[in-house]
Design a protein around this ligand. Sequence first.
Ligand code: COA
Length: 175
Amino acid sequence: MTERLVIRQGTPADLAGIEAIYPLAFPDEDLLPVVRSLLAEPNIAMSMVGEIDGSVVGNIIFTDCGVNEATTGAALLAPLAVMPSHHGQRIGSALIRAGLESLREQGLGSVFVLGDPAFYGRLGFKTETRVEPPYPLPAAWASAWQSQELCDTTSLPKGKLWVPDPWRDPALWSE
Ligand SMILES: CC(C)(COP(=O)(O)OP(=O)(O)OC[C@H]1O[C@@H](n2cnc3c(N)ncnc32)[C@H](O)[C@@H]1OP(=O)(O)O)[C@@H](O)C(=O)NCCC(=O)NCCS
């Protein structure tokens, strides 16, 4: 990992830097609407950034979620993006680790993610089958729905992940 990398909580002043990353990291997908909605709600979404020499080069967002009727107790990791010019320098992994550590300190039970198991599996995530995603996923994505427990708290019930408004768009959960 680059020694100049600083991982810290995001602030409103990071908005432009974060907005510059997503279209480059996701050229075929417009995640800016959901990113802006999440950043506008710091009470339910924790944003962290990776910064090198004053420039934001990576962003990760964790949203408060729950299972079934509960609106707390779990978090959704999404999205995560690193400037393509900085891929492969462990910035994505560092953002995930720092975010998980912060959530663990807050006593959060479980974190869910929809992503490549080859990447997230290295960071402690395992295929999730007890808690369903908020919308049905394409069959090919079954192993992409993953979770990890952060604290030895009461296990979450079996059911469906409850997500707040910014994530209640089926298009965000389909190919
Ligand atoms: C995925 C992403 C965040 C990883 O960030 P990064 O800083 O490049 O990742 P790291 O340097 O921490 O880890 C790199 C390692 O993960 C691997 N990796 C990265 N993306 C991967 C993926 N999608 N699937 C499998 N492995 C992946 C790399 O090959 C590398 O492996 P190596 O150590 O054996 O060389 C970054 O590539 C990115 O922004 N991609 C575009 C957006 C995206 O796909 N976001 C994730 C959505 S779920």
